[in-house]
Design a protein around this ligand. Structure first.
Ligand SMILES: Cc1ncc(COP(=O)(O)O)c(C=O)c1O
Length: 386
């Protein structure tokens, strides 16, 4: 994340003193279970330093893999055999690795409009050509995807991959409807596309149910599903996992990157296996759900109370973001400036578009700031927009 260039910035994500920042979707550090993690790492270093401090197996630490398989089976009824999963260094590292192995510079990649701006940076780093597909409140518009694929085929071109964030999307907060997931899969089948689903927000659910993942709908052929401990525990762990067809996992595990450096972060993986096996992750996730759902409710209620007519916003059922649409002719860049002068920091939506942005959106994050500050911030925004 960009703010990490300043060593103090991640501590200041709430904004400089006297300001309110709704910019960053960071976990609230007050939720980090530092004592439990310290006890877990202590146990690891006492009992098996020879394992945890050594290069690890390329697929990742086995007991952590087995914990994740059990979690997927219990919560989603998803049976993931060992060859279909690997431990990774988090979502960003996984996406980078996927691009290194399964794409070549110049390949076409389809993305949602909007999508996570730092994923766009990463995809561009690989020389990929990005095409955007519009969304509505239920996620990606399947007809628009079909149209783009058809036009490409007509020109004799083909997209290599579709990258999407199906649950509580960054930045829009929307969740892709199940019938659309099925239709997207059948298009992927027809046009021979890889689907990369970045599923880092799945567990931050506040109401309803999360639809089955693309991987649950097709685990054998073309879906790579990325998971991460960043949002459900702590991003500093740099630890996640990947579910993918066995042949693709084999290819990633056998890559130079993994063979040279071994499996992802063995010390952290060992520590997390202990933490998770003690049954500590599930209650922690429950705690996060209660903290963040209260913040989401505070933000939605404040928007209802303070936004003038013409402004619209999404109502996420999970995750950490609300996506606000300004009425024409208001421009997001001007609103961001005006907000800053009123000591409120919000993020303009333009960087979240791979192609032409609309200029009319703001992303509002509610995970880092307490409900009173959220209410105060939205009230300021309401005054600016009125
Ligand atoms: C959609 C999405 N993917 C990936 C990441 C980064 O995940 P990780 O910390 O696991 O690399 C973020 C962080 O904000 C995100 O919003």
């Amino acid at each position: 994340m960009n703010q990490e260039y300043d060593p103090l910035a991640s501590v200041q994500a709430a904004g400089p003193p006297g300001t309110i920042s709704l910019v960053y979707g960071l976990p609230d550090p007050a939720t980090f279970p530092a004592d439990d993690l310290r006890r877990a790492v202590d146990q690891v270093l006492r009992e098996r330093p020879y394992l945890a401090l050594q290069y690890g197996p390329e697929q990742g630490y086995g007991p952590l893999i087995d914990y994740l398989r059990a979690k997927l089976a219990r919560e989603e009824g998803l049976v993931v055999e060992r060859p279909y999963i690997m431990i990774t260094g988090g979502s960003a590292q996984t996406l980078d690795h996927i691009c290194s192995i399964f794409t070549r510079p110049g390949d076409l990649v389809l993305v949602e409009a909007p999508t996570y701006h730092e994923s766009l940076m990463l995809l561009r780093d690989h020389g990929l050509r990005l095409l955007q597909v519009p969304m509505d409140e239920d996620g990606l518009l399947v007809e628009a995807l079909a149209e783009r694929l058809e036009k490409l085929a007509y020109r004799g071109e083909r997209a290599r991959m579709l990258y999407l964030i199906p649950n509580f999307q960054n930045p829009s907060g929307t969740t892709l409807a199940l019938d659309r997931r099925r239709e997207v899969l059948s298009l992927a089948e027809r046009y021979d596309l890889l689907i990369v689903e970045d599923d880092v927000y799945r567990d931050l659910l506040y109401e309803g149910q999360v639809p089955p993942s693309f991987f649950a709908l097709d685990s054998r052929r073309r879906v790579l599903r990325i998971g991460s401990f960043s949002k459900i525990l702590a991003p500093g762990l740099r630890m996640g996992w990947l579910l993918a067809p066995a042949g693709m996992i084999e290819r990633l595990i056998g890559s130079g990157y993994r063979c040279m450096g071994g499996g992802a972060n063995p010390l952290v993986a060992n520590m997390l296996a202990v933490y998770c096996q003690q049954g500590l992750l599930e209650p922690h996730i429950q705690h996060l759900r209660s903290v963040y759902s209260e913040r989401r409710d505070a933000m939605l209620a404040a928007l209802e109370a303070h936004m003038p007519s013409g402004v619209s916003w999404t109502r996420p059922k999970g995750g950490v973001f609300v996506w606000l649409t300004l009425p024409s002719p208001r421009r997001a860049t001007e609103v961001v400036q005006q907000a800053r002068q009123a000591n409120l920091m919000v993020l303009g939506g333009d960087p979240f578009f791979a192609e032409v942005p609309t200029g009319q959106h703001l992303r509002l994050a509610f995970s880092y700031v307490t409900p009173p500050k959220i209410r105060e911030g939205i009230e300021i925004l309401g005054r600016i927009l009125s």
